[in-house]
Write a protein that binds this ligand. Structure first.
Ligand SMILES: *Cc1c(COP(=O)(O)O)cnc(C)c1O
Length: 356
């Protein structure tokens, strides 16, 4: 079985060697040496000033909304993983969907202003597949209407846009280090911001709102452990090679699929991409379903990622139609892409897709 993704696991001894440092001093959670070291190394690798390692890529969205005092309407994308919408709802806010751009598949910045009301407080957009949102236009709108900007950058690890880390745009960016992502810590995530004061607030929110015996604010348990940090420290040593391998495999796919009637999302100029996914968009849903069936026959398991369009989730009250997001969602497929995917497996997949 070839799955859409396969978790990268480093040599076991590399993991235990790092973990042993925490084990030896019996300090396995609560911001120990490995968490601290991972945060320092991630800041360097990603070129961001502040970064907090957290439990996962969902709680960081909740913490971001909480830290910025968001309680009402949040303008957001319908084309993302369900966690983006859920975080807004979980925080008691209202998601207001704005359709996506046909080319980059991120929120269409030109449609945001029309969705702003007196209750709008923030824009929460996803750099979907690691492809940047229109960050300049979004910031312009945010400045004009005094809105906060949060980026769900769960797919954007290692992406550089216009000379800066893609994670450094907006008031807060969040990342996921889940086992299925380009860089992982088994479970994990991060909150990134440029502002020192905001970072202190985020630090407190992540750890019950207190430091030692001093209690400052409400808080949640969004911390992560030394076991997870150890995985991160080891994987960070491999991540450059992983990114290069994914680029090579993606380009191999692209060569092989030249004659197939599909489109791919547009990578804008000025992007150093991380090849976090290999999404292809079929002309019709019927062609997509045919492709899935064909691939299943040769034991390949691609993923309809993202489907359905989030405005169609059964628990969304206001089911406004999002024509582009709904159309793309019904036709997009992520093909298998992971570090040790063999070229001959890509040959197999592409041959199957081409004989439909
Ligand atoms: C994976 C993902 C998340 C959630 O991250 P977890 O670490 O699994 O909680 C959030 N948003 C997007 C866009 C994702 O792909």
């Amino acid at each position: 079985m070839i799955n859409v993704t396969k978790t990268f696991l480093p040599p076991f001894d590399e993991y235990t060697a790092v973990l042993k440092r925490a084990w030896n001093i019996s300090w396995i959670t609560n911001n120990g040496i490995l968490v601290h070291e991972l945060e320092q190394e991630l800041k360097q690798f990603l070129h961001v000033p502040n970064l907090l390692f957290a439990a996962n890529g969902t709680v960081v969205l909740q913490i971001a909304l909480k830290a910025l005092g968001i309680t009402k309407e949040v303008i957001t994308t319908p084309f993302s993983y369900v966690a983006t919408t859920n975080a807004i709802l979980w925080e008691g806010c209202k998601p207001v969907f704005v359709d996506i751009d046909n080319a980059t598949l991120s929120i269409d910045a030109d449609k945001i202003e029309a969705a702003i009301t007196a209750d709008t407080q923030a824009i929460l957009a996803t750099h979907v597949y690691g492809i940047p949102c229109n960050v300049e236009k979004i910031q312009e709108i945010a400045d004009k209407y005094k809105l906060k900007v949060i980026y769900d950058a769960a797919h954007a690890f290692g992406c550089v846009y216009k000379g800066k880390s893609l994670l450094s745009y907006g008031d807060i960016s969040t990342c996921s280090f889940h086992a299925t992502k380009v860089f992982h810590t088994v479970e994990g995530g991060a909150i990134i911001c440029n502002d020192e004061e905001l970072n202190k607030k985020l630090f407190l929110l992540r750890s019950f709102g207190h430091m030692g015996d001093d209690y400052y604010s409400i808080g949640i348990n969004g911390k992560n452990s030394e076991f997870h940090a150890a995985m991160g420290l080891v994987n960070l040593k491999h991540v450059q090679q992983i990114l290069e391998q994914r680029k090579m495999l993606s380009e191999y796919y692209t060569d092989k699929l030249l004659s197939l009637n599909i489109t791919k999302p547009l990578l804008p100029d000025g992007l150093v991409y991380n090849y976090s996914y290999y999404p292809v968009i079929f002309a019709t849903e019927i062609q997509l379903l045919k492709a899935i069936n064909g691939l299943k026959k040769i034991s390949v398991n691609p993923r309809r990622y993202f489907y359905p369009s989030l405005n169609r989730l059964p628990f969304i009250k206001d089911q406004t139609i999002m024509p582009i997001s709904e159309s793309v969602s019904s036709r997009v497929l992520c093909l298998p892409l992971y570090n040790d995917l063999a070229k001959k497996d890509i040959d197999l997949i592409c041959t199957q897709l081409l004989i439909q």
